[in-house]
Design a protein around this ligand. Sequence first.
Ligand SMILES: [Zn+2]
Length: 219
Amino acid sequence: MFNAVRTIEAPASLAAKQRYDGDDVYIELCKIFFDKCYICETKEPHDINVEHFHPHKGDVHKKFDWGNLYLACSRCNNIKLAEFDDILDCCDTEVNVFRAIRHVPPITPYAKTAQLLSMSADPKVELSRQLLDRVYNSDHSVNKRVSGAFLRRKVFYQYNLLLDQINSYYNPVSTNSERETSLERMQKLIHRSAPYSAFIRWCILDDAELSDLLVGFMD
Ligand SMILES: [Zn+2]
């Protein structure tokens, strides 16, 4: 997960209380969430939903409340449903969502799991971890098993981009300028707008040298 900042005013179409997923809502949500699903961090997923963070259950205020609308891929939306209605809020500026849950990427393209670990006993953290575990590792149906494996491969390929830069940075024959370039590329990979940034950030945090150099870029 990644933190998002809801700086934009409520889109005009919400005031009419006719629909909550108008074009203007979708466009503004794409800006706020960097075109990513706020749960799995897939960039530009093939199927996107305007999701109610707290299920509206017919409550008109909750249904058209700008602060309750999030951008999620249809797969995560389907997994979350009403079962996970009290998870960490990535738009809450008081909560650092990526640090709350340790994300360990799959280490091969066909790894059977990606590991998610709660970093505290907070029930919201644990519920969020359970949701993420189901998103990345679910095998309770054929569809979820296949799409989960596909998702883990995408996380692995992003992790592999990071490994390329780590290898370049620590290559004993790299020049200073090559090392600088690798650091700049790692900054791009850990940026909130990058796919699967929580996984990539935790890899960097685990490295004694790189964490010191890059922790300042994990806003
Ligand atoms: Zn998703």
